[in-house]
Design a protein around this ligand. Sequence first.
Ligand code: GTP
Length: 404
Amino acid sequence: MAQHYSQPNGAVGVLMITLAIAGKPNCGKSTFFRAATLAQAEIANYPFTTIDANHGVAYVRTACPCREMQVPCENCRDGVRFIPVGLIDVAGLVPEAHLGRGLGNQFLDNLRQADAVIQVVDASGSTDAEGNPIDIGSRDPIKDIEFLQYEMSMWMYGILSRNWAKLLRQAQARDFSLAAAIAEVFAGLGITYEHVRDATGAVGIELRTAGEEDLIRFCRELMAISKPMLIVGNKADLAPEGCLERLAKHDVIFASAAGELALRMAAEGKFVRYLPGDRNFIENPGANLSAAQRAGLAKVAEFMQKFDGTGVQKALDAAVFTLLDRIVVFPVEDEHKLTDGKGRVLPDAFLMKRGSTSRDLAYQVHTDIGEGFLYAIDAKTGMRIKDTQELKNGDIIKIVSVRK
Ligand SMILES: Nc1nc2c(ncn2[C@@H]2O[C@H](COP(=O)(O)OP(=O)(O)OP(=O)(O)O)[C@@H](O)[C@H]2O)c(=O)[nH]1
């Protein structure tokens, strides 16, 4: 679930989106995690980047409105703004994890905390179901996709089936809503009555009379609705064309997490100029790279040209902006200078669900606003906007309340 975190200016109470990285062992999850959470100081002027070994802070990338508005800004790099999201590196999942094999339940429990899942598969087909190295191209990477989805839905089914007899007994009573009771069983996963209703409709079953197979299909649908999943075809730098073609039929983002990690480290060491998500990089003049380092970076450059970047930032952005359907809104206190109370220009960037209104923003900015919200001003136009008006991506908004 989204977690609270504190912003650099000390404002607490903003919900941070959390993504989980999942997949079988050896597919490159940790490399993806390390690359995604390794941020240069200029990008990540946040209090922390790594919370513990498996919990970190990554960033999604968006345009900073400072350029368009022609204000001096210290919160972006060259007009590129990085907004923090939580990232969890969950331990490798092996077949039959839902039965508690390996780190199964602990792993799956970790997924609870996530709003969406980035599923990393080995696009190169060079690891078997358990992550053991095999010849490149000898495992069909599509199997990796199916496996995780199967394990996740079977885990949900396991929870449902443990509660099923009790639920059916309760369902004998008049006015008992089985859908509401199922939602309650899965409340910890953020599942709502609407999710249950939609999943039931989508698989076309009658819950009260559903058999095991129906319930498994139902759990699969419920998982897909409540934990949206993005597939990353990692190790694409090693992948034979056949594997790439098969994966390309699915909605897959190809990546080289190892390439991104090398680049971020090179950028941190000031050897290259690279912002996460850039489609290329520039070697800094005077960078004292060894021949091996230079050859390694040349390979990454080749990959980036073919795949339009390393894929890591693209995956983070797609998870947040496409899968979770977020927009970025910049709240300010002074709609002319675009500053907060301390004179900082465009200090915050909030990831709001598309369709959010200025009233929703007011509650995120001031959690204690109560009935105090009066109206909002669109700083780009200087116009007052209605509390029911939908916010747009890139909006800069001043909230006016009686709180002050
Ligand atoms: N060529 C290539 N190798 C990669 C890439 N990403 C990771 N690797 C390598 O693949 C191996 C496994 O990577 P990890 O990141 O440890 O994989 P993992 O999924 O976290 O593994 P577990 O911790 O066992 O679950 C390492 O040797 C990495 O260097 C990539 O994009 N390209």
